[in-house]
Design a protein around this ligand. Structure first.
Ligand code: GDP
Ligand code: MG
Length: 749
């Protein structure tokens, strides 16, 4: 198959809109899998995927299809397939959007599946933009038209108004009844471009994914961009320079099917004697060992949003867990693992995940597929702390943060996300309340149709990792859909940016939106670039320190609005205004923060530009700096059992929430820890300050004392019960803590 006879496409959709089912139907239609045989959602191979009904890993399948052209084509065999189609099924859940963007790198187009009854949901929006930004052809597919509540016209109107997609181009299907499916593949061929690679150029292929197979070793999924690859070829990795020999090569049809060759535009697998998946770097460019090529643009590396400690649960040992984790990460390269030791729990691992569901899935796979028994600690997001001596630390484990570092914290950073929420308008009130409780800042509020609203919020990641989604679902009777994307360039990157912001004499401008402009006046010429930045606690909109002459500055709409409102000036007027130029910073803040600002700096009220309605506060420079430090304060919350800090229970919380979280943690623990031989005190502390305390009084001497003179069987029963109870206990210092207690602590936020 030459490239013009190949199409690489993906199916993207909000969860449950029917991606996997549609994929099944297409595989059946092309005879790739037999109809009615095997399980539904063929491409969801993992047990977790089947149990939870979600797709976790992207899967690829190659199909052959006969496309009838308008003009009659002269071929020997009328029915021979004349097109090769590669279908890449993607996960729908937010945590796995990393997998989605990876899959899209190998595609030229997508089927954007939307449920005819539910309409466009949050992930539809997110996925649309992923595809749109990658310049892919987008074919809207309105699925589930067999449902009684289906309303395809409404969905068409949404596609038009939200994405400017031509409603006449939408396909109407039912993956259940088969209605309309016959148009899907012909549309793929007609509307999605052929892969653009050059057949006669040296080989370049993109490593899409890898996993470990007991028998074959590391299997890599690859997309051949230019050139061709044959069995026996020697290939090299652009990332490491290592050379491998291709010992097996083929397509997924849908099982591994050796073909001996992969040509330009094809997607397939290779086995090349890589010993571990560490060598197979996802996003790497592979090329012929003898030639050198320009590497293809790689993917953004996986970004770990949630960290948690994994320890062997009692009754299992460290080596078993170690072995299980090592094997599982061969199939899930997006997890980061480092060894750590806890005084309470012993030896274990600190793992980084893409999100909470990802963490759960990893946990479940460890237990189901590798038989490990795992105890996990409170998930945390990566924070950065900066101290008065200029040093900074990234904290992945709250226990590692010194309670009394002996120097003051000058700033802390926590990752935040931009959340998209779509919901019927009657639920707007409670959702706004929820978001502001979670320290969210509204960025956008718009109607996507008369009864449905799209809201964008900037939220600290910490506030959504714990139970946000469930809460959102419950207060909206399940009608809200939710997705989020990372709001920053990278925690560390941001730190540097802030440094230049606050210390250089240069001009800098940042907005509460996702964009941040870093400007450089080192020469007379202005140069600037937009970088993504956000800050959760305070959204400093614009900070002026020194302005040179500025031309060609692009401002976001929000910034323009603030600026115009502020002074009635246009931007260029503003920068000529000496007062603004030298003295003033502007903060666009949430009402909540504004309140605390006013409390903190009573005199802010007298500032001329303070406007409660528009949430804008104008501060002079030193004040702005102080406020910023104040608002960003995060503190380490220790839990002490009998006066001894339990490292595995430490968390980092926002200043303003510490009291409540401390109280809740202590109450939870009191409920779960049984009375023991001695009195147990449970305390929550920030540094040396105790903020909450409970006591569990001592039990009488021992369980048996209750049955003096009692009969033997009863005694034995009690002893056994006690033993049974023990199994699920974790001894922390002198106190036995049941494992559920650790799990319950996860739910406090
Ligand atoms: P995914 O999460 O997008 O992969 O969605 P699935 O393919 O797993 O489908 C979710 C649910 O919708 C399953 O229970 C399917 O049986 C059902 N479903 C899929 N397509 C249709 C359809 O066209 N009509 C109806 N009525 N149900 C469908
Ligand atoms: Mg699925």
């Amino acid at each position: 198959y030459p490239p013009e006879r190949i199409r690489n496409f993906s199916i993207i959709a909000h969860v449950d809109h029917g991606k996997s089912t549609l994929a099944d139907r297409l595989l059946e239609l092309t005879g790739t899998i037999k109809k009615g045989h095997g399980q539904p959602q063929y491409l969801d191979k993992l047990q977790v995927e089947r149990e939870r009904g979600i797709t976790v890993k992207a899967q690829t399948a190659t199909m052959f299809f006969r496309h009838k052209f308008q003009q009659h084509e002269a071929t020997e065999n009328e029915n021979a397939p004349n097109f090769l189609l590669n279908l890449i099924d993607t996960p729908g859940h937010v945590d796995f959007s990393y997998e989605v963007s990876r899959s899209l790198a190998a595609c030229q187009g997508v089927l954007l599946v939307v449920d005819a009854a539910q309409g466009v949901q949050a992930q539809t929006v997110a996925n649309f933009y992923l595809a749109f930004e990658s310049n892919l052809a987008i074919i809207p597919v309105i699925n589930k038209i067999d449902q009684p509540t289906a309303d395809p016209d409404r969905v068409k109107a949404q596609l038009k108004s939200l994405f400017d997609l031509d409603p006449n181009h939408a396909l109407l299907t039912s993956a259940k009844t088969g209605q309309g499916l016959e148009h899907v593949l012909p549309s793929v061929i007609d509307r999605i471009p052929a892969p653009p690679g050059k057949c006669d150029s040296p080989l370049r292929m993109l490593l899409l994914d890898s996993y470990y197979d007991e028998y074959k070793g590391v299997i890599c999924h690859v997309a051949v961009v230019d050139g061709a690859l044959y069995k026996g070829d020697k290939i090299a990795s652009s990332a490491t320079g290592h050379v491998y020999e291709v010992s097996d090569i083929g397509i997924m049809h849908p099982e591994l099917t050796p073909t001996g060759v992969l040509l330009t535009g094809q997607v397939g697998y290779i086995v090349s004697g890589m010993r571990s998946t560490n060598e197979a770097r996802v996003g790497d460019t592979l090329h012929q060992a003898k030639s050198t090529v320009l590497p293809l643009p790689g993917f953004k590396p996986a970004k770990h949003m949630v960290f948690s400690g994994l320890y062997p649960a009692d009754g299992s040992d460290f080596d078993a867990l170690n072995h299980a984790i090592e094997r599982l990460i061969c199939n899930d390269a997006s997890v980061s693992v480092t060894k750590e030791t806890s005084t309470a729990l012993g030896m274990g691992f600190r793992c980084g995940f893409l999100g909470l569901l990802h963490m759960d899935v990893f946990h479940q796979r460890l237990e189901q597929e590798y038989g490990a028994k795992v105890l996990s600690t409170i998930p945390t997001v990566p924070y950065i702390f900066e101290y008065s001596d200029g040093s900074k630390v990234q904290v992945q484990n709250p226990a590692a943060l010194a309670s009394n570092p002996g120097k003051s914290v000058t700033a802390c950073w926590e990752p935040s996300v931009i959340a998209t929420i779509i919901l019927p308008c009657e639920y707007v009130g409670p959702v706004i309340t929820l978001c502001s409780e979670r320290r969210g800042d509204q960025l956008e509020y718009s109607f996507i149709e008369s009864q449905r609203v799209l809201m964008k919020y900037q939220l600290p990641l910490r506030e959504i990792v714990v139970d946000f989604y469930n809460e959102l679902k419950s207060i909206t009777s399940g009608y809200a859909s939710f997705d989020y994307e990372d709001a920053e360039e990278g925690v560390e990157g941001k730190l540097e940016l802030w440094r230049s912001t606050l210390q250089s004499k240069d001009f800098c401008l940042s907005s509460s939106k996702t964009e941040y402009m870093e400007c450089n006046f080192s020469s007379n010429r202005f140069s600037g670039r937009f970088v993504t930045l956000s800050n959760q606690a305070i959204n400093i909109c614009i900070c002026f320190r020194y302005l040179g002459s500025i031309h060609n500055i692009k401002l976001s709409v929000a910034e323009m609005r603030v600026l115009r409102w502020m002074s009635g000036f246009t931007f260029s007027n503003m920068i000529r205004n000496k007062h603004i130029r030298e003295k003033v910073g502007v903060a666009l803040v949430t009402n909540k923060i504004r309140e605390s600002l006013l409390r903190w700096y009573g005199h802010v009220k007298r500032q001329p530009f303070d406007d409660p309605v528009r949430r804008v506060v104008v501060l002079n420079w030193p004040m702005l700096r102080k406020v910023e430090v104040y608002l960003k304060r995060l503190v380490k919350l220790d839990i002490l059992l009998n006066g001894q800090a339990v490292d595995a229970m430490a968390t980092i919380v926002h200043n303003l929430k510490a009291q409540r979280v401390g109280r809740e943690l202590v109450d939870k623990l009191k409920k779960f820890i049984d009375r023991q031989m001695f009195e147990i005190s449970i305390q929550a502390a920030i540094g040396s300050r105790i903020i909450a305390r409970e006591t569990i009084s001592a039990m009488r001497k021992n369980v048996l004392s209750k049955c003096y003179g009692g009969d033997v069987t009863r005694k034995r029963k009690l002893l056994e019960k006690q033993k049974e109870g023990k199994k699920r206990m974790k001894r922390v210092g002198s106190v036995d803590v049941p494992q559920e207690a650790f799990h319950e602590l996860l739910k406090v936020s």
